[in-house]
Design a protein around this ligand. Structure first.
Ligand SMILES: Nc1ncnc2c1ncn2[C@@H]1O[C@H](COP(=O)(O)OP(=O)(O)OP(=O)(O)O)[C@@H](O)[C@H]1O
Ligand SMILES: [Mg+2]
Length: 288
């Protein structure tokens, strides 16, 4: 028996109106997400990379059901969630949490950390275990924030700390899948590394599956188990992290990697070797 992945998306399609009309006056549409399938298992991180506008965030919204797909399905723990409503949709929403890029715009500036962190539970009508204060202090401790700051406002924290508040809020409802949409992109490199370490630590404690969207491949390499490469609404290549970085198969993936300033000579050497092997194989095939 094979166990179902935590989350499986199959053939997702999402079209948006372009704002233009065709000769017959019908609204023109384009496919922002075009037949996207992906899987995320417990304890693994699937990174979704690709140029701006390739459909990464839209894919994330479809997976989290923040938006309905025009076609395709999303299964969560083996159950089709496309048609969920009411209580069942509520439960699903608790199991999947999204952390966005800009911590400050996703935190209400007039609410204290305590109110922010407990809001998802209050919204879901759930009891706060141990009371709001203690619950918040525990969560703050887990994400590396001083619990004594639970009555402060977001503006009293740095960017990295604010992102930790966002992570605490996601943790509050006990999710299984956490979608990070450029969650560390706005942070300084050193702060980025700390937040990535926190995410990895939480994953090892909780067994989260992560769908980790990032345009920065250096970040992806630090956290990904597997990588899916998106271009023009489609996934053009999926592979284990080491394969994608060391021996990319698709031309677009190679271009994406080539656009990154290379700082790791070992990886660079591996990629060059793989490239030479491929050239040699191609030359041999041509000679036959
Ligand atoms: N609500 C919407 N209405 C209309 N078009 C949209 C909507 N959301 C996204 N798009 C368009 O769909 C395409 C994919 O957008 P999406 O935000 O998914 O890309 P992305 O890969 O996340 O890009 P980025 O790296 O810049 O965040 C883009 O052309 C975008 O302009
Ligand atoms: Mg995006």
């Amino acid at each position: 028996m094979t166990t179902a992945p935590l989350c499986r998306a199959t053939g997702l399609v999402k079209e948006f109106a372009t704002g233009r009309r065709d000769a017959l006056g019908r609204a023109r549409t384009f496919r922002a997400v075009d037949d996207v399938s992906l899987e995320v298992s417990r304890g693994e991180t699937l990174a979704l990379v690709g140029e701006s506008g390739s459909g990464k965030s839209t894919t994330a919204r479809l997976v989290a059901r923040l938006m309905d797909a025009d076609a395709g399905s999303v299964e969560f723990e083996g159950e089709d969630v496309s048609a969920l409503s009411g209580r069942a949709l509520h439960d699903f929403r608790g199991s999947v949490q999204v952390i966005f890029q800009d911590p400050f715009s996703s935190l209400n500036p007039r609410h204290t950390v305590e109110r922010i962190v407990t809001a998802p539970l209050v919204y879901q009508g759930r009891k706060i275990p141990g009371g709001a204060r203690r619950f918040t202090r525990d969560l703050m401790d887990r994400v590396g924030l001083d619990p004594d700051f639970s009555t402060r406002l977001p503006s009293q924290f740095s960017g990295g700390q604010a992102q930790r508040i966002g992570i605490a809020r996601a943790l509050a409802v006990g999710p299984k899948l956490v979608i990070c949409d450029e969650a560390v992109s706005a942070l300084d490199v050193s702060v980025q590394a700390q937040v990535i370490n926190l995410l990895r630590q939480l994953q090892s404690e909780e067994g989260f599956g992560y769908l980790f969207i990032a345009h920065d491949l250096a970040v992806v390499r630090q956290i990904a188990t597997r990588v899916a490469v998106m271009s023009g609404g489609r996934i053009v290549e999926t592979g284990e992290r080491d394969q994608i970085f060391g021996d990319p198969r698709h031309e677009y993936t190679r271009e994406l990697l080539a656009a990154v300033p290379r700082i790791d000579p070992e990886w660079d050497a591996r990629r060059r070797e793989a490239e030479e092997r491929r050239r040699a194989a191609a030359a041999e095939a041509g000679a036959r």
